[in-house]
Design a protein. Structure first.
Length: 393
């Protein structure tokens, strides 16, 4: 009996979206019974011996990153990101050696990266010990943040969710056959499997009003403290509205929100996998311009209100630009103007206009990607010699 095809999805837990994309794809592949042995590889764990932050502070780099997100310490990303990338370059040879041992042990038939910054090390280590194994990078951002963030000049495939990313790949010298565009970002299958709910009844069950415009506030899985300022502003606004606030792993924030006394109703939830349900109960979305949360909100036909400024992570700034250009929501320079944005959204048919534009979208990327991966593996078997080469590689 032939052994199952071994497919490794590489992720890390910095921000949460990388693991979420990997597990979403794994769930779809298993549901489709493709006969693959999908294995998740946490790159942080594989490279732990090189984690300088952990050696000095006792805390992993991905945990440092997540704490920064939770506290809103994100200003100057365009300056500290190059520093991080220089550390990665300095440790490149050691990273390649560590990863060689990983691939020798795992013997993958396909490696799929869902992480930025380290795709050169992943590719070179794989090519050194498993030269016939194809390498694919799936971008979990709408666009690249060059140089050396998502895309590298090397013999591999790229899967991306926007025309902007395709243009960036072509500018880098990636052949059209090596870069494949899908219809958006990867969403978890439960965003497609949710059942209709009685919105009025469910709002009442949560202690909310059945008839008020409802905003869903979500600032990532770590729950940013800026949510408290949003709650204070909109909770005491003269506008008649209510909020569902998803605090993620930030239990301290949830406790603070539950203790607030405000004019407008607020329901606070902690870490949950029921985001599609809460989005069904909502009319609009307020959050940071992360590609995952924006894509989830738009898939559920929620116009978005985002903040984009010097504090925004550099790789997420294009997302806000894209939302503004496509007229899927309102982008603010300062979150303290959120009441003005909500007021605009709720008057003169604006909400319906935004929803009409969003309704034309159809994101099925999580179902489009497995057949693409299967085709890549099939062609690699048919043409085992390296045939892909980016210009200048």
């Amino acid at each position: 009996m032939a052994s199952a095809t071994r497919v490794d999805f590489v992720y890390f837990d910095a921000g949460g979206g990388h693991r979420s994309a990997a597990t979403a794809l794994q769930a779809v592949v298993e549901a489709e019974e493709r006969g693959w042995d999908v294995r998740l590889l946490n790159l942080q764990e594989a490279l732990n011996p090189l984690d300088i932050f952990r050696k000095v502070t006792g805390v992993q780099l991905q945990d440092v990153y997540n704490r920064m997100l939770a506290r809103g310490w994100t200003i100057g990303g365009e300056y500290w990101l190059p520093v991080l990338q220089s550390i990665i370059r300095f440790n490149h040879a050691k990273s390649v050696d560590l990863l060689k041992t990983v691939w020798l042990e795992r013997k993958p038939d396909l490696v799929v990266s869902l992480v930025p910054n380290l795709n050169r090390a992943l590719f070179e280590s794989l090519r050194a010990v498993c030269p016939k194994t194809p390498f694919v990078t799936i971008m979990t951002d709408l666009a690249d943040y060059p140089p050396h963030f998502w895309m590298e000049q090397q013999q591999q495939f790229f899967i991306c969710g926007s025309g902007r990313a395709v243009e960036q790949g072509e500018k880098l010298g990636v052949r059209p056959s090596q870069i494949i565009q899908v219809s958006g970002m990867i969403l978890r299958p439960n965003f497609y499997e949710h059942k209709p709910v009685d919105v009025a009844a469910e709002r009442i069950r949560l202690g909310l009003r059945p008839d008020l415009p409802t905003g869903l506030v979500l600032f990532g899985g770590e729950g940013s403290n800026v949510m408290y300022a949003v709650a204070k502003c909109l909770g005491n606004s003269s506008l008649d509205l209510q909020l569902i606030m998803i605090c993620g792993k930030n239990e301290k924030l949830r406790t603070r929100l539950e203790g607030m006394r405000t004019r407008n109703p607020i329901f606070a939830e902690g870490f949950t996998k029921q985001i599609p349900f809460y989005m069904q109960l909502s009319d609009f979305f307020i959050g940071k311009p992360g590609p995952g949360s924006i894509s989830e909100a738009l898939h559920m036909n929620l116009p978005v209100i985002l903040e984009a400024n010097a504090w925004t992570l550099p790789q997420e700034r294009f997302n806000a630009e894209w939302v503004r250009k496509q007229q899927y929501g309102i982008v603010l320079d300062k979150l303290r103007d959120v009441e003005k944005a909500v007021r605009r959204l709720l008057q003169d048919g604006e909400l319906a206009r935004f929803k009409g534009r969003i309704a034309a979208m159809e994101n099925k990327a999580v179902y489009e990607i497995p057949p693409i991966l299967e085709k890549i593996m099939f062609e690699a078997q048919e043409h085992p010699s390296p045939v892909l080469r980016a210009r200048g590689a």
